[in-house]
Design a protein around this ligand. Sequence first.
Ligand code: GLY
Length: 428
Amino acid sequence: MNKLLLICGAAISIGLASCSSPQKGDDYGWLKNAIDVSAVQLKTTAGEVGDTVLLPRSIWTGYDMDFLCAQLERDPATFKDSLRVKPVHATLGSRRYCSSIYDWTSGFFPGNLWLAYGLTLDKQLEVEAIRFTNYLYPLRQYKNTHDIGFMMNCSYGNAYRTEPADSVRQALIETADNLCGRFNPQIGCIRSWDFGRWNFPVIIDNMMNLDLLFYVYHLTGDTKYKDIALKHADTTMKNHFRKDYSSWHVVSYNDDGSVELKCTHQGKNDDSSWARGQAWAVYGYTSCYRETKDAKYLEQAKHIADYIMTSVQTNDSIPLWDYDAPVTPQTPRDASAAAVTASALIEMSTLMEDGQAYFRYAERLLKNLSSPAYLAKPGENQGFILMHSTGSLPNGSEIDTPINYADYYYLEALTRYMRVKGIAYKDL
Ligand code: GLY
């Protein structure tokens, strides 16, 4: 199976093209510690998983109904029947794995290994990255969700960026074709989900799947991929945002392209501003600007970033799980939203002339995520890197827990940070 990713020549490091030593006075102890902890956690986890096809996702959490109702400011009598019984798992507190390779988060653990390898050039991480990426090979034929963009770009995309191989390139092209197959020209969007009560649901998260299309456009030169990505971004820009640049989570369309309804699935309520949704949005429009240099995408990304920076309610700027959640010490945060935002803002700051304020904000997020309040102690946290993310509070799932995608965007943000600073791990 390892032949799938057989490599020729030296590895191309994902992020560290031209590097210089840290300058006197720079204090990058936090950065070295963050990378060291990440590498230890990932290697230990990969070793513990062994040869079974298990992809680490999060830690099993439970919840208390009164707590959920208080967070949602909702009367328990109106609450979903499926959530009335508190889940009691024998597994509470143990590592939660993806249900299968078709779980939407399956690409992140392989991606984490690739990113950590890119940072450290530690061969053990490379071996594990290849092993876990290979498990996902059948996904190139999967068509049933927009998340194939996340799943394949984070695993196979990073594999190809690190060590190009024909079979990997083909898998990326096949996946991009399947993602394009979910595009409806009448509506002007890629369909997100095939489940639920909606006619044609598009979620703000879908902005993240555009990077696969941009990448395959570069691999093939076929403008079809880029055109579909940009049409999706334009339709989303028109319908997903409120005047203050907060976003609806779900916009569903009628077949004629008119909006069926706007609502939430993972936020506090239909009109609230779900923290990770804002992060996905600023990341997605930054990618669109990188690919086009069309000022409308940069303007959109800046407006969303400004919303995030002025709406955050915590002293350390790691957002509560929803910008409209009750501001209480018990309200869970979402470290994943902070990590995605940090990665986006670092990239955005490099694409504009006066991006220092965005870069400084991202640096603050990264330093705070790298503090003991969020960064795991080596050997703890079930092998995950960051603590305190929230997956889907209204659905009682993954509340205040480590999650693999928080680790992914944290490692990506560290990689981008080092590239901007021109520093390499070996010089820290
Ligand atoms: N894409 C699903 C989520 O952000 O939780």
